[in-house]
Design a protein around this ligand. Structure first.
Ligand SMILES: *[C@@H]1O[C@H](CO)[C@@H](O)[C@H](O)[C@H]1NC(C)=O
Ligand SMILES: *[C@@H]1O[C@H](CO)[C@@H](O)[C@H](O)[C@H]1NC(C)=O
Ligand SMILES: *[C@@H]1O[C@H](CO)[C@@H](O)[C@H](O)[C@H]1NC(C)=O
Length: 461
């Protein structure tokens, strides 16, 4: 009997194969379904999150096709950088938790990597009064890392809402500032926001019922009553500096202290300079690496913040301006050929140029410059606290060992928020920290850096 179809022997042999084939089909089909479901949930979740945002925080910017300028195209080609959107992340950073990009600037979110420069900076809630003057002058992304242990997070979130909603008549803070908060894992706040929408949904008021303005939340709890001070915590300033640097989406950054305001138009001046003369960058990897410091000045309290070099010189003539910390530590902030820098003729709208350059040696061995960089210079050593001082010197020490060149810009500059710092006795605790830190730097940090970067007796911490 030879019935092909019912050949039971043949069927028995085929059966496992058919079964396997069917199982495989079912599995594939289920996978496809799951994947579809996942994308749907994800889309739903994202659209929910977006829907929860106040109207002006995303929709206005979502559907506008971005125009890319010829300069941006050229620089992107030159720098070979990749565009990336800022997004919220919870990050473990050593013994700290970081809510990175908890609140994102609406224009900063999708800025092109070669389109702008990010000002990266640090503080706690008591520094928020600097944001408005800073952003009005920088007009580009600001990446702001805020130390907020324990209940300081509440004052911080209230302050974020206040500057965005009560101070921001022209929307510049909402456009440009991205806020990150961080706290030690053994000083957690009781509760942290789940996402940006949850921060923005917090209640706030700008004026009382009787029409008077509500005082800024960052003035309500003095620093002496902050959680940080009550718990005797030190200020991990370099942790904040690194968090702010690591959270950006532009190729160039200016890592700065929030009280330092730039002269006007800086970002465009700098990018124009690079686009017009590529050799201001040391693109050949065999060349020594470069950063681009700006001279820093301080002005008398009550003086108008200078917009350009003409304004600065006018203040100089009235003896209302001087080099930053000139009386406290002249060597820490003087740029090479500072006198010539001041005397160099200029006219309005002058292009930015590289004025002078130096290594961080000899008379510049104590220099603590603020500079534009491509964010590849060493990170800040996180074992150094604000109380321990020397918190910027260690990084420049590493850069000295690496042979970094510092090319000073003209005619742009930074100016400290008005008020000339006088020598103060400094608290006994801070002195104690500083002495201990200096010892720690000498016996621990420096030997490590010698292993990592080599030795050079011309370099100083
Ligand atoms: C307005 O109301 C606030 C809060 O109730 C109060 O602190 C403030 O003194 C009032 N101002 C005036 C001018 O009445
Ligand atoms: C903080 O330091 C002060 C003075 O040294 C001390 O009295 C206080 O108990 C300390 N507080 C904490 C929470 O350790
Ligand atoms: C371009 O920059 C380099 C480095 O600063 C400088 O030496 C050169 O003179 C500049 N070229 C022009 C045309 O400005």
């Amino acid at each position: 009997m030879a019935v092909a179809c019912c050949n039971s022997k043949g069927f028995l042999r085929l059966f496992p194969i058919v079964l396997l084939f069917n199982t495989a089909l079912v599995l594939v089909w289920r996978n496809v379904q799951q994947a579809q479901q996942l994308t749907q949930t994800k889309l739903l979740w994202e659209s929910n999150e977006r829907a929860l945002m106040p109207e002006d925080d995303c929709s206005k910017y979502d559907n506008i096709p971005k125009e890319i300028s010829p300069r941006t195209l050229e620089l992107q080609e030159l720098l070979k950088c990749r565009d990336r959107s800022l997004r919220f992340e919870r990050i473990q950073h050593g013994s700290y938790w970081v809510l990175q990009n908890l609140v994102i600037g609406r224009k900063s979110r999708d800025i092109g990597c070669a389109e702008s420069i990010t000002y990266t900076t640090i503080g706690d809630y008591t520094f928020f009064d600097n944001l408005k003057p800073l952003v009005e002058r920088w007009l580009a992304p600001v990446s702001f890392a805020i130390h907020a242990p324990g209940y300081d997070l509440k004052a911080t979130l209230d302050s974020i809402l206040y500057v965005r909603n009560c101070l921001d008549d022209n929307g510049l803070i909402k456009d440009w500032v991205s806020f990150h908060v961080y706290f030690p894992n053994n000083h957690m706040p009781d509760k942290v926001p789940f996402n940006m929408a949850q921060v923005l949904r917090r209640p706030y008021t700008c004026t009382f019922g009787n029409g008077t303005d509500v005082p800024p939340p960052y003035t309500l709890i003095p620093r002496s009553e902050s959680y940080k001070n009550t718990a005797n915590l030190t200020y991990p300033i370099n942790v904040g500096r690194n968090i702010a640097r690591q959270a950006v989406n532009t190729h160039f950054i200016l890592a700065s202290d929030i009280e330092l305001y730039p002269s006007l138009g800086f970002v465009d001046f700098f990018l124009d300079m690079v686009a017009q003369n590529h050799s201001v960058l040391a693109l050949d990897p065999l060349l020594p690496r470069r950063v681009y410091p700006l001279p820093v000045f301080e002005i008398a309290s009550g003086a108008e913040i200078p917009n350009d070099k003409a304004d600065l010189l006018a203040l100089y003539q009235k003896k209302l301006a001087q080099g930053f910390h000139e009386k406290l530590c002249g060597q820490c902030h003087k740029v090479p050929r500072q006198k010539e820098w001041l005397n160099k003729p200029f006219s309005e709208g002058d292009q930015l140029q590289l004025f002078s350059h130096t290594l961080r040696e000899k008379q510049f061995r104590y220099w603590e410059p603020f500079y534009v960089s491509d964010n590849t210079e060493p990170l800040f050593d996180e074992r150094v606290t604000w109380e321990g001082q020397s918190n910027k010197r260690i990084q420049n020490y590493a850069m000295c060992l690496m042979g970094y060149e510092y090319h000073v810009l003209h005619p742009a500059f930074l100016v400290h928020s008005p008020g000339i710092k006088k020598a103060t006795e400094g608290s006994a605790t801070r002195k104690k920290y500083a002495t201990e830190m200096t010892k720690f730097i000498n016996v621990k940090i420096k030997p490590e850096y010698h292993v990592l970067y080599g030795r050079n007796s011309a370099c100083q911490t």
